[in-house]
Design a binder for this molecule. Structure first.
Ligand SMILES: *Cc1c(COP(=O)(O)O)cnc(C)c1O
Length: 391
């Protein structure tokens, strides 16, 4: 059985019925859902006049994130890219060094590396997790690096490898157990880009809490949103203290003097954004339940067809942030995209591989056959939580 494009369009329209029963209304890829205390907390925040980088909602939101993720510390930032930037600095990434990452990611992952004046090195992804492939990482470290008392050095460039930065693509946890073992063997810090995986668990532990540091994003298209926002996660008390310090202009606490002991950043999440986050995170269980139902509906629809719906890997519990289907051929992917977008259904291809973007084209890359295979076939499907949640 192979559903026609019209069958797929009809199925998605039934999944997301339009309120005014328009037959061609736009169906978004991922729209936020405000069905809780958002307006209440926003009004309260405005009434308090504390709308900027100081306020009770920021602290409350950080606490809610520690409760949700089990991380010991959570430090709120203006966005997920800023969170990644600080996490890399705290892991010890310095100018002229290298960070191993995956080419299949949103560009922010590599931009954060570049903000440290460091360079990405690209290893391949796994076709099932869509995240960093441990075999490719091990191959690079074993065959392309030298270990000495100063650390791990890239034989080709002579640069020190400072960190490993995998990403949990579309909320699917990557092979953390193996990645952690390899990082331990080569004495490299692991940082998780968990921007897409709030509510995703690996062996029942929340993603973003396995590495030395992890980061989340609350951009408008993510599982929950603060408008724009991010979070640094860590279990290390000292790293948490420095994360807070660096994201708040490195100002020393004092009743009135302005003394700063480092070049800090104005990266603190504003209270007004945190107010939205406090309301959104209260709804997280319902949002996740709804997203899981949508994933199940897609899974049954695409079962026994030439399309393969991407499923959560074994021993993981994914948030199903964005559902993804693997088309049988690259040309089938192109037709899928063209016809669904023409029908006003927002589907999209996976990102252009970051190593092919002009800014990163000169960076070292291992064999990226899996990433290339996926890019030619994967399409993301509309995955918003539905609007029939209890109030
Ligand atoms: C969303 C996202 C980020 C962070 O994005 P911001 O818009 O800065 O919050 C980082 N990495 C990945 C993979 C993302 O999807």
């Amino acid at each position: 059985m192979h559903p026609s494009h019209q069958d797929i369009i009809d199925f998605i329209r039934a999944l997301y019925p339009s309120k005014d029963s328009k037959t061609d209304a736009l169906i978004a890829l991922h729209a936020p859902l405000f069905a809780g205390n958002e307006k209440k907390y926003l009004l309260d925040c405005i009434d308090s006049t504390f709308v900027s980088s100081v306020g009770a909602y920021v602290t409350q939101f950080e606490q809610s994130v520690t409760t949700t993720t089990g991380a010991k510390h959570a430090i709120a930032t203006v966005n997920g890219t800023a969170a990644l930037h600080i996490a890399l600095l705290l892991a010890g990434v310095k100018a002229g060094e290298e960070v191993i990452t995956q080419p299949l990611s949103f560009v922010a992952t590599c931009n954060a590396i570049a903000y440290c004046n460091a360079k990405p090195v690209f290893v391949d992804v796994n076709r099932h997790t869509l995240g960093m492939n441990p075999a490719s990482l091990l191959d690079f470290l074993s065959n392309h690096c030298l270990i000495n008392s100063q650390g791990c050095f890239n034989k080709a460039t002579g640069r020190r490898i400072a960190a490993v930065l995998p990403m949990h693509t579309f909320g699917l946890p990557c092979d953390l157990e193996q990645l952690i073992a390899i990082c331990a063997e080569f004495n490299l810090p692991l940082i998780e880009d968990a921007a897409e995986s709030l509510g995703s668990y690996y062996h029942q532990q929340h993603t973003g809490t396995f590495g030395l540091l992890g980061t989340l994003s609350f951009n408008g298209n993510k599982t929950i949103t603060t408008g724009g926002g991010g979070m640094i996660l860590t279990n290390d008390d000292e790293l948490a203290r420095r994360a807070k310090h660096l994201t708040t202009t490195a100002k020393l606490a004092h009743p009135y003097e302005f003394v700063h002991d480092d070049i800090g950043y104005n990266y603190r999440l504003p209270n007004i954004n945190a107010a939205l986050g406090c309301a959104q995170i209260e709804m997280l269980p319902q949002l996740l339940a709804s997203k899981r139902k949508i994933a199940q509906a897609y899974a049954s629809f695409f079962a026994d067809t030439r399309y393969t719906l991407v499923k959560e890997p074994d021993n993981t519990h994914a948030n199903y942030w964005l559902n993804a289907v693997i088309c049988p051929t690259p040309s089938a992917r192109d037709q899928f995209l063209t016809e669904l977008i023409a029908a006003n259904i927002m589907v999209r291809p996976i990102w252009t591989l970051v190593n092919t973007l002009p800014m990163y084209a000169d960076c070292q890359a291992m064999d990226l056959a899996n990433a290339q295979w996926l890019v030619e076939r994967v399409v993301n499907l509309p995955s918003s939580a539905r609007f029939d949640l209890p109030r």
